[in-house]
Design a protein around this ligand. Structure first.
Ligand code: BT5
Length: 302
């Protein structure tokens, strides 16, 4: 473990990411231990095994590709080379009281906020204005760029926060059914540039924009840095400031939504996100329903 903490024996691409992190590795929590694999089934599985072996909070597992990446509710997450497939090991029990009662549901909602907000803030650093579709999706112009998956150990001694982001690969790498609804960061940046040009802006590329592996490395380091900062604030200030920023980046609040819970499907107006990360939806009959992440699919209407 010491070798890993010192960054010895890391593959070149992980060394590159490590070299881009801000400040001293010893002063950070998220990313102090960084591990990378060419190919794994799921980085969440690798991180869960590390949790059982006693690896510290903040350990980050990266993979260049996954063969069995997963989303929520057992859904498949397609993870070719050219994306960020990353899991962060957290030990919420070391911060009980920070985000409430310490139940898995409470922490789950707040940790989804942490992961999605860190991703959106990192994207802003490369000039892309993405938003968050409650509870776990990162979107740009109605198309999915990435998603977050929080999985707690049965005894809640650890939580693995999995983060996936499509950075730079041909969309044809995704199954045909996913291609229309998904987008990569590189593609979104190109579209954004075209839109700026159409609006009469310069839409100029200054030649210094990272692409490919270099964009993956820059964004990975930025996400880890943003997470480290947001997590430190979460511990110091509690969940409310984090949730406020999550609300600001939300693509859902104030919109009509379609909620699917198992076989049951209903419509309402998304009004707020509560202090535990649940979505408050006003139903047609005027009743306010608290929707908890984990067992729902949500579609934003219009
Ligand atoms: C998510 O689930 O959005 C969470 C995804 C988390 C992936 C990370 S990668 C690192 C870590 N290791 C893992 O094994 N997982 C985490 P959900 O909201 O359930 O969305 C899943 C749905 O997104 C699928 O049913 C597809 O429709 C769609 N999808 C699959 N792969 C995609 C991709 N690469 N880009 C966009 N959409 C995709």
């Amino acid at each position: 473990m010491l070798r890993t903490a010192l960054g010895l024996g890391l593959p070149d691409w992980v060394q590159d990411i490590r070299g881009r992190l801000e400040g001293s590795p010893l002063l950070r929590r998220i990313g102090r231990v960084l591990m990378g694999h060419d190919c794994v089934s799921s980085t969440n599985d690798v991180a869960r095994d590390l949790a059982l072996s006693g690896y510290p909070e903040g350990t980050v597992v990266l993979a260049r590709q996954q063969t069995a990446g997963r989303g929520r509710l057992g859904r498949r997450w397609v993870s070719p080379v050219g994306g960020i497939w990353m899991s962060v090991l957290l030990r919420p029990s070391s911060g009980v009281g920070v985000w409430g009662a310490g139940s898995s549901q409470v922490a789950g909602g707040v940790l989804l906020a942490l992961g999605s907000l860190a991703t959106v803030q990192a994207l802003a650093q490369v000039g892309l204005e993405a938003g968050i579709k409650w509870p776990n999706d990162v979107y740009w112009q109605g198309r999915k760029l990435g998603g977050i998956l929080a999985e707690a150990a049965a005894d809640f001694s650890s939580v693995v926060l999995g983060m996936g982001l499509n950075v730079d690969f041909p969309l044809s790498a995704l199954p045909p059914a996913e291609q229309g609804a998904a987008i990569t960061v590189q593609e979104a940046l190109r579209w954004q540039l075209r839109m700026q040009r159409d609006r009469g802006g310069s839409g100029r590329i200054d030649g210094g924009q990272p692409e490919g592996e270099s964009l993956v490395a820059a964004l990975t380091a930025a996400i880890i840095d943003r997470m480290d900062d947001l997590y430190a604030r979460l511990k110091a200030e509690g969940a409310e400031p984090l949730l406020d920023r999550w609300r600001e980046e939300s693509l859902v609040l104030g919109k009509k939504v379609l909620i699917r819970q198992g076989e049951h499907c209903w419509e309402g107006m998304a009004e707020d996100i509560d202090r535990e990360g649940a979505l408050l939806v006003r139903g047609d009959e005027g009743d306010l329903v608290r929707v908890v992440a984990g067992d729902v699919s949500l579609r934003v209407e219009g």
